[in-house]
Design a binder for this molecule. Structure first.
Ligand code: ADP
Ligand code: 5GP
Length: 189
């Protein structure tokens, strides 16, 4: 059986990747979500084993030492995120396709690692100002956390040209439709 493909969504926090990825998961049954591990606390109604594997820092570092991640980053100071090797292999070795919502450095790392098998998509917000509005409006982060996300977002916007495709998320419906068409085409190749 042929290996499955990877659809990588990266963008600064607040650009809309989670919203677009959820739309694709509803519309394209051939996709499975890659559940990342993180040391951050669950937000809102997020569930362990569905949105993330929420791990203690100690457990995360232990898994790094055991080389259980295909990639990991300290995305924010003291807060780690990573893609477990077992998560990728479980899906693609079975010929299914994996969709990932990961930060820009992790996304580019996996694009290189799975060259020829991966489509790396960058979600671009209309501007840094709009991104700040969306992140603030989401209402899930403290003032301090928001500031760290804004600073990182400004740097991350510069990574866009290194991705296979840029989707502009100005109007959400248009962006979702564009993403759906791109991913469907890639999976049918
Ligand atoms: P990310 O996963 O990239 O951090 P989210 O998908 O959580 O971003 O989106 C951040 C916030 O912006 C959410 O509250 C979401 O509903 C909102 N949002 C996403 N896309 C748009 C859009 N095109 N127009 C207005 N608001 C949007
Ligand atoms: P959030 O805390 O908003 O869920 O995610 C913060 C950032 O971490 C986002 O850019 C998200 O895409 C990224 N992220 C989530 N999972 C992973 C992962 O497994 N690896 C990497 N490198 N980044 C991740």
């Amino acid at each position: 059986m042929q290996n499955g493909k990877l659809i990588i969504f990266s963008a600064p926090s607040g650009a809309g990747k989670t919203t677009i990825v959820h739309h694709l998961l509803r519309k394209i049954p051939e996709l499975e979500f890659s559940i990342s591990a993180t040391t951050r606390k669950a937000r809102g109604d997020e569930q362990h084993g569905k949105d993330y594997y929420f791990l203690s820092l100690e457990e995360f570092l232990h898994r790094i030492a055991k080389k259980q991640f295909v990639e990991f980053e300290e995305v924010y100071t003291g807060t780690y995120y990573g893609t477990l090797r077992s998560e990728v292999e479980r899906v693609i070795n079975d010929g299914k396709n994996l969709i990932l919502d990961i930060d820009v450095e992790g996304g580019l790392h996996l694009k290189r690692k799975y060259d020829g098998q991966a489509l790396a998509i960058f979600v671009q917000p209309p501007s840094l100002e709009v991104l700040i509005e969306r992140l603030t409006g989401r209402g899930t982060d403290s003032a301090e956390k928001l500031k760290e996300r804004f600073i990182k977002a400004e740097k991350e916007l510069n990574y866009a040209p290194q991705f296979d495709i840029i989707i502009k998320n100005y109007d959400l419906e248009t962006a979702c439709a564009e993403a759906e068409e791109l991913v469907t085409n890639f999976l049918s190749q």
